[in-house]
Design a protein around this ligand. Structure first.
Ligand code: ZN
Length: 346
């Protein structure tokens, strides 16, 4: 029996295809490059630099998945840098660990613009040679010691906070928690401070129990910076289409990761495998809320294949166009959806 096409399917189809014209050519890909502002919603660049190139400033960094040169040449001129706090430092050592990571990043990012206000997004869009970043706090355990510290984060370039990494911390449970306790008192207080100060909530790594709790109490901007889809690869780290729907109902965005560990058991992180996750969301909800949060730098340097860095965006663009996605859907997914989200949050 053939597929029954409903009116919703047709609307979605129109949104996905737009004026698509089949196979992508190099000219198609170059077409918008001059004005391109593609956006990566999650890179682990500070972690990567600290681990592999602690002596090199970002403006001199020539190797690795994300460099300023690659950002300009691929058009991925805005990326969210995770200030990632490792679970092993949770507790007493967490504050020092965070402040060290932030100081390292500020020191090594000299010369890279850190966006704090909405109008800077417009300036970035118009200056096609410039590159900029936003900060995201990944694992906020240290804030349990001093919740008022959260109020300063916004002025330091942070637009969002993810409560946990993989383990349970003093705020909430991560995706690797065997038994979830749910949000702690401090976790709930932090959410209220975040709402008051316009900090967005990143639900990546959050245990489902906390995810559903958060939806009941948190009314600020909410999104998922980097994930795979459970419907494609069922592991606790990935989120479901039902969770996507909740985020989209709240105008949130979901960033699909390039990290092979999230994409499939035998996965190499190739463009088709990333596309499969992305397309699962697009087929259900259209292209308006899904984007890229590569996690580049967070899963080790790769030397093989096209997915060793930001150039993966170009491979993905080609695959989307080959699968019949139109220019408009492709540009939304590779940048404009994040841009609209940031414009609302900043
Ligand atoms: Zn992560």
């Amino acid at each position: 029996m053939g597929k029954i096409i409903t009116s919703i399917d047709q609307d979605l189809l129109a949104e996905i295809e737009g004026s698509a014209k089949g196979k992508a050519t190099d000219e198609d890909l170059d077409h918008h490059k001059a004005q391109r502002l593609w956006i990566d919603g999650h890179v682990d660049l500070p972690y990567f630099m600290k681990k592999y190139y602690p002596e090199v400033a970002i403006k001199d960094l020539q190797e690795g998945p994300v460099t300023l040169e690659k950002a300009v040449s691929t058009g991925v001129r805005l990326f969210v840098s995770a200030i990632y706090c490792q679970d092993e430092f949770n507790g007493q050592a967490s504050q020092l660990h965070f402040e060290e990571n932030l100081a390292f990043t500020l020191n090594h990012y000299k010369g890279l613009h850190i966006i704090r206000h909405r109008q800077e997004l417009e300036e970035l869009r118009n200056d096609t040679q410039s590159v900029a970043t936003l900060f995201l706090l990944e694992n906020a355990d240290f804030l349990a010691d001093d919740l008022s510290r959260a109020e300063e984060l916004r002025s330091e370039g942070f637009f969002a906070i993810g409560l946990t990494h993989r383990n349970t911390n003093r705020l909430a449970d991560g995706d690797a928690a065997d038994i979830a306790q749910g949000l702690s008192k401090e976790g709930k207080e932090l959410l209220s401070i975040m709402m008051d100060h316009g900090l967005a909530l990143d639900i990546s790594h959050l245990h489902p129990k906390c995810f559903w709790q958060v939806l009941d109490s948190y009314e600020g901007p909410i999104f998922c910076s980097h994930t795979g889809l459970s419907e494609k690869y069922e592991i606790p780290r990935n989120i479901t289409l039902a969770q996507c729907k909740e985020l989209f109902d709240r105008q949130g965005v979901v960033g699909i990761s390039f990290n092979p560990e999230l994409l499939g058991p035998e996965c190499k992180g190739e463009a088709e495998e990333i596309f499969a996750h992305l397309d699962t969301v697009v087929q259900r909800f259209g292209p308006r809320h899904v984007a890229i949060g590569s996690d580049l730098g967070g899963f080790g340097p790769r030397s093989d294949g096209p997915f060793c860095g930001l150039e993966g965006f170009e491979a993905l663009a080609r695959i989307m166009l080959d699968h019949g996605y139109g220019d408009s859907a492709t540009e939304k997914i590779l940048g404009l959806n994040w841009l609209a989200f940031f414009e609302k949050v900043l």
